[in-house]
Design a binder for this molecule. Structure first.
Ligand SMILES: Cc1cc2nc3c(=O)[nH]c(=O)nc-3n(C[C@H](O)[C@H](O)[C@H](O)COP(=O)(O)OP(=O)(O)OC[C@H]3O[C@@H](n4cnc5c(N)ncnc54)[C@H](O)[C@@H]3O)c2cc1C
Length: 544
């Protein structure tokens, strides 16, 4: 029996583990791949934090609220922007080397980049565009210096629930044998669900496992309809799609359609630096209008491209493109899950002694649309908060942050005495199931949605979910495909219920935002979204 069981080894899981170890807790990190395998290590642009004048947490808060399109929880964002700078400095102290420049006074200063939706430069980065790789390296190295047990290649299958609280997980070991792994507190830090889509920047491990575990056990999840699509993934058959970071547009790169028209100038006052959802929709519309499957990113004006953006440079060169001379073909790709397992301001979920942080969680900081480079920060800030709360003896959620109003509608979590439907040993291909889910989600529940498409998606997913009983048992790809189906069904249910367009969720049949839908759709085991309005003060703020 461990004090803390951490599921996942990205920025959120490793931050949690390091903080817990620093407080003398016994910690087990259980992760389905190698320790360093995560979406974190793919992050390019950086970490947003108000580190120095003229920036301030208030400005960062204001930008985050604008991007979140009325659905951010302001208290959660306040926590993020106030505690963010300390956590970023802590990360540097742990060993992450961020890019700096030497100023006239001889001192090294952090180099700050500006990204879409940010009113000024506040994004710290490492190795140019290798920020996530550097953070993951530093956190893994730090973990090796402390007393934390790690199990690589272990897959969390189901939450264990006894006497109304989480007591650990049922997990498969690398040989496919199931084990009960018990802990006083369990932390879901299993990342996002971009693999629900055929075109995604997320690595193959981003299969929404933590969200699926929570959904099956009746733990409240919300905001799943808000899947952020990155507007500029390189149009190339590789999976995951190489991402052409927003930082390129921060340095002056311009989107053009097939005729060379810089169409974003007409779409938004911030043109190419408009929020991601605006840019993704504009690109999708432009692709339809010009009957093409991509538009172009003209980054030919960027000086010193290979040194400033080495990863992107290499990805382009691999595709036979020279960013200094060629326009780069780009299209929107599923990138970030703004919703997830609902967590209060301390990371507590609706199931006592189960916590969630990072992309798996719905902490309320992203609302209907994440502001660029706020997600690494989210993992850092809330990973540390979870440990503070556990150390303070907290065991249950309070109605704070995204949890406000939700405990009242969340059902009693179920005892999972019959863990995942164990598949029959018949030949069926988990990769084929994954592919089928990805195709229908991309086609019918993608950047733009409508009722007929969502109906098709829902029916197809019901048929596909029925196939899961035929998959080979005790293999990670099987359970990943089943989890993708589970999460995809919840995304579709929430997208169907939200009859408005807001943030990252665009309904062509309901093109405007609706004041009546200022709230979260909460979904649990029964696939029936329940609407929970934002609390009164937030509604008043949104109305202003
Ligand atoms: C290409 C790309 C670029 C990005 N750029 C930026 C950026 O510049 N700035 C920014 O803020 N954000 C960026 N993001 C988003 C950001 O990287 C992620 O949101 C963040 O890293 C998520 O961290 P996490 O710790 O929550 O999850 P992850 O880093 O995804 O880690 C999840 C961990 O859980 C493990 N796991 C999953 N399921 C199970 C299971 N069933 N059992 C056991 N272990 C499991 C995985 O193996 C993994 O170790 C980017 C994302 C991508 C894909």
């Amino acid at each position: 029996m461990y004090d803390v069981l951490v599921l996942g080894s990205g920025i959120a899981g490793l931050t949690t583990a390091l903080h817990a170890a620093a407080r003398g807790m016994s910690v087990l990190v259980l992760t389905k791949g190698e320790l360093s395998h995560s979406a974190t290590r793919y992050a390019q642009g950086g970490v947003a934090a108000a580190l120095e004048d003229p920036d301030s947490p208030d400005l960062h808060l204001a930008d985050t609220l604008v991007a979140g399109a009325g659905l951010c929880d302001t208290d959660a964002v306040r926590v993020l922007v106030d505690e963010g700078p300390t956590r970023v400095r802590e990360l540097a102290a742990v060993g992450a080397v961020f890019d700096t420049e030497r100023a006239d006074d001889g001192e090294a200063h952090l180099l700050l980049a500006r990204e879409g939706g940010h009113s000024l430069a506040r994004v710290v980065h490492a190795g140019g565009d290798r920020t996530g790789a550097e953070i993951e390296r530093a956190l893994v190295a730090a973990l090796h210096r402390v007393d934390v047990e790690v199990r690589e290649g272990w897959f969390a299958l189901e939450l264990l629930i006894e006497r109304g609280r989480c007591t650990g997980v049922l997990a498969l070991d690398p040989a496919g044998e199931p084990h009960y792994v018990r802990a006083l507190d369990t932390v879901l830090a299993t990342g996002g669900a971009g693999q629900c889509y055929a075109v995604t920047t997320n690595p193959t491990l981003s299969t929404g496992d933590g969200i699926a575990l929570a959904l099956r056990a009746g733990v409240a999840c919300a905001d799943l309809e808000f899947v952020q699509f990155h507007p500029t993934a390189l149009h190339d058959p590789r999976m995951p799609r190489p991402l052409l970071s927003e930082a390129l547009r921060g340095e002056g790169a311009v989107l053009r359609d097939d005729t060379g028209d810089p169409f974003m100038l007409r779409e938004h006052a911030l043109a190419d630096l408009a929020p991601r959802d605006v840019v993704s929709r504009a690109v999708a519309r432009r692709m339809r209008a010009t009957a093409t499957d991509h538009v172009w990113l003209d980054a030919t004006m960027i000086d010193d491209f290979p040194r400033r953006f080495p990863t992107i440079w290499a990805a382009c060169r691999e595709a036979g493109l020279d960013p200094s001379h060629d326009w780069l073909p780009v299209a929107p790709a599923a990138h970030y899950m703004s919703g997830g397992v609902v967590a209060d301001l301390k990371g507590a979920t609706s199931l006592p002694r189960l916590w969630a942080c990072g992309e798996t969680a719905c902490s309320g900081v992203h609302g209907a649309n994440r502001l660029a480079s706020n997600s690494l920060l989210d993992g850092l800030v809330f990973g540390a908060r979870v440990v503070d709360a556990i150390a303070a003896g907290k065991t249950e959620a309070e109605p704070t942050g995204a949890m406000a109003g939700i405990l009242d509608v969340a059902p009693e979590p179920r005892v999972v005495d019959d863990p995942v439907v164990l598949p029959k040993a018949e030949p069926a291909d988990p990769a084929a199931l994954r592919g089928a889910i990805q195709r229908v989600m991309t086609h019918d529940c993608g950047v733009e949605r409508d009722a007929p498409g969502l109906r098709v998606a829902s029916e197809t997913l019901a048929d596909l979910s029925a196939l899961s009983g035929d998959l080979p048992p005790r293999q990670i790809p099987t359970y990943e495909a089943m989890n993708l189906a589970r999460v995809a069904r919840a995304i579709i249910a929430n997208a169907t219920a939200r009859e408005e367009s807001r943030g990252a969720h665009t309904r062509v049949d309901f093109p405007d935002p609706s004041d009546e839908l200022l709230g979260r759709f909460v979904i649990t085991a029964d696939d029936e979204p329940r609407f929970v309005p934002l609390p009164e003060p937030a509604l008043r703020r949104a109305a202003r």
